[in-house]
Design a protein around this ligand. Structure first.
Ligand SMILES: [Fe+2]
Length: 356
């Protein structure tokens, strides 16, 4: 496949052009605890994706800027917008990655912080319960306004702090966010209307403390082997079996012989969740693999996608590669594709098999 580099789950994600790459949803949006798929996906694709697209557009503009001739007001505006877009991207990623169940299981609402983080919260706030009371009160106090509430590790202060942020660019200097709670209205209005306090309680019942704990360990310099926690459940573990949305977009611009063949896999129960697809993709039932695999070329790269890039595309890619096909799973699925502004066409189910 004509792509420059495999997707990395490291926080440093840049395509070769310097583009800041999308991070996939790690939560299963259809199985969350009192937060709807419609809310989460629109927030991810439109608001997070919008910030990411804005950031890359500003970076492209800055790369071509003649610094000596550009008016100061234009420099001020671009650099201010760049900071806000970049912080919005990073905080949204921390927000979404802090939510979700474990493996294939929905969040239970009963999760507690892992031992190291629990001890730090108890040391600095009195108890985990006291930390939670402060953090949620701060979030609820932003009802009717907007901003972020952030749990951050400050190396300088030598402690975890709960921090209010009036906008995306209002972080405690030098502190590393561990958990971020989005209090912009777009984060809750679809499900909760003006009931911001109910939204805050529901977010707290969806926290993935395993990943928040990993973020804490990385912030204090004790992180090790955390990468797999930040890979979508069921995605192929080998980097060469995955393709990022940005890499796929570039590969689809190749001439016809080198362009990847696109496979859209969807479980029958998930069909009602779908409205569109990538142009030129063929849609199949995953379980009908013995039927549709016969039509796949062996001399072309194959890009497989599903809704969010979990086990539906992951399992198929593993099987295709086992049979010798050059197949890769789209990281983050069509949801990540939407977030980068990738073009789609209306769903075509004419190639979709009857469920076996
Ligand atoms: Fe947001």
């Amino acid at each position: 496949m004509d792509v420059q580099k495999a997707f990395s789950i490291s926080p440093r994600q840049f395509a070769t052009s310097g583009t800041v790459m999308v991070r996939p949803l790690l939560l299963k949006p259809q199985w969350m605890n009192g937060l709807s798929e419609r809310l989460l996906v629109s927030h991810y694709e439109i608001d997070y994706g919008g910030a990411l697209r804005r950031l890359n557009a500003i970076r492209a503009r800055l790369a071509d800027l003649d610094w000596a001739r550009t008016p100061t007001f234009a420099i001020n505006g671009l650099k201010r917008e760049e900071l806000m877009a970049a912080s919005s991207v990073i905080l949204h990623e921390i927000y979404f990655e802090s939510l979700g169940g474990h493996g294939d299981n929905p969040p239970t609402g009963l999760d507690e912080p892992p031992a190291g983080l629990a001890q730090a919260l108890a040391r600095e706030f009195g108890s985990v319960r006291a930390w939670r009371a402060e953090f949620t009160a701060m979030a609820k106090a932003l009802a009717g306004g907007s901003g972020w509430v952030i749990l951050a590790w400050s190396e300088r202060l030598g402690r975890l702090v709960n921090q209010w942020a009036a906008d995306h660019a209002h972080g405690l200097a030098g502190a590393a966010p561990i958990l971020a709670l989005d209090m912009y209205e777009h984060a809750y209005h679809l499900d909760f209307g003006a009931k911001a306090a109910a939204y805050v309680d529901q977010v707290m019942a969806n926290l993935n403390w395993e990943r928040i704990g990993a973020r804490y360990r990385m912030a204090i310099g004790e992180g090790a082997g955390e990468d797999e926690l930040f890979l979508p459940f069921g995605a192929p573990p080998q980097a060469e079996a995955r393709i990022s949305a940005e890499e796929l977009k570039a590969a689809l611009e190749n001439d016809a012989e080198r362009r990847p063949v696109l496979l859209d896999l969807c479980l029958p129960r998930d069909l009602p969740r779908r409205a569109d697809m990538l142009a030129g993709a063929r849609m199949h039932v995953p379980a009908a693999l013995p039927v549709w695999i016969e039509k796949l070329p062996r001399d072309r790269p194959i890009a497989v996608y599903c809704i969010c890039g979990f086990q539906v595309s992951g399992r198929a890619v593993t099987e295709l590669r086992r049979r010798g096909y050059d197949a890769r799973a789209l990281v983050g699925g069509i949801t990540a594709w939407h977030a980068i502004g990738g073009a789609t066409v209306p769903l075509d189910t004419s190639t979709y098999e009857e469920a076996p």
